[in-house]
Design a protein. Structure first.
Length: 265
């Protein structure tokens, strides 16, 4: 079986079009499907304001909807294009919103928002595999959606530390439970890298106090060491793009629209 794995597309359709896609049996995506330029600009603006001791800027409901729709529309364009060539299985990164999050966001801004999960699953040959595993020709593939690991909160120390730590403990517990349910996999598709591997922040656009820190997940690392999947594919920390090995497991951070083709029996 020939599988194409594509790293965080971020709506870069021109880059995706250059990837060889002929005679591929399955395409896997590591999340962050769409563009998040508007949302990222708003988030980093408030990070900088906090550093200067200024109050956070309150963006209008219309601005927030525009940011959401940029990611939603560009996600659909990328996935629809890829689905012409092969079935596509994807997880969600930190750009995508679950149905639960979308309902919450819609209520907060007082404007209707479309459900990305439903829209993707309605495309022929496309499956969102957040927190579940699938078997394709006896190849077991697990999909773990993005979550905030407690180690990230402790490493990066956000301003709302106590709240974020409390929430991350719940998220990490859920992620650990999901991974335990997978047991042995041939392929794990996750968004962030395992802690300490291909996960060092060095992006010049990142806040200065983030640089040099590890943004990976210890929950994922522990799973890899315990269950030893054949392959792990991730993205998230784009400057960490590359390949490494943890025991017998090959780990690929595919960056933004990077790709790897594997043949597996």
């Amino acid at each position: 079986m020939k599988i194409l794995v594509v790293g965080d597309p971020h709506g870069s359709l021109e880059k995706i079009k250059k990837i060889p896609k002929q005679n591929i049996d399955l395409i896997l995506l590591t999340g962050d499907l769409g563009k998040a330029d508007l949302v990222r600009k708003m988030a980093f603006e408030n990070i900088e304001r906090k550093k200067r001791g200024l109050p956070e800027k309150e963006f209008s409901p219309q601005q927030k909807k525009r940011g959401f729709m940029e990611a939603y529309s560009s996600s659909l364009k990328v996935v629809r294009y890829l689905s012409r060539y092969s079935p596509v299985y994807t997880i969600f990164g930190n750009v995508e919103s679950s149905n639960f999050e979308t309902r919450k966001n819609s209520k907060e801004i007082g404007l209707p928002l479309p459900f990305l999960t439903n829209s993707l699953n309605s495309i022929k040959g496309v499956k969102v595999i957040n927190n579940r595993f699938v078997k394709v020709y006896n190849i077991k593939i697990g999909g773990l959606e993005y979550f905030i690991d407690t180690c990230w909160v402790r490493e990066f120390k956000p301003s709302d530390y106590k709240k974020r730590l409390s929430n991350s403990k719940k998220d990490s517990k859920k992620a650990k439970s999901v991974l335990n349910s997978f047991r042995k996999l041939d392929i794990l598709v996750c968004h962030q890298p395992p802690y300490g591997y291909l996960d060092t922040v060095s992006n010049p656009n990142a806040p200065k106090h983030w640089k040099g820190k590890h943004a990976g997940s210890k929950v994922i690392l522990d799973y890899i060491k315990k269950q030893k999947p054949k392959y792990v594919f991730c993205g998230h920390i784009h400057e960490g793009e590359g390949k490494t090995r943890i025991g017998n497991t090959l780990v690929y951070n595919l960056g933004v629209g990077g790709y790897k083709i594997i043949e597996i029996d």
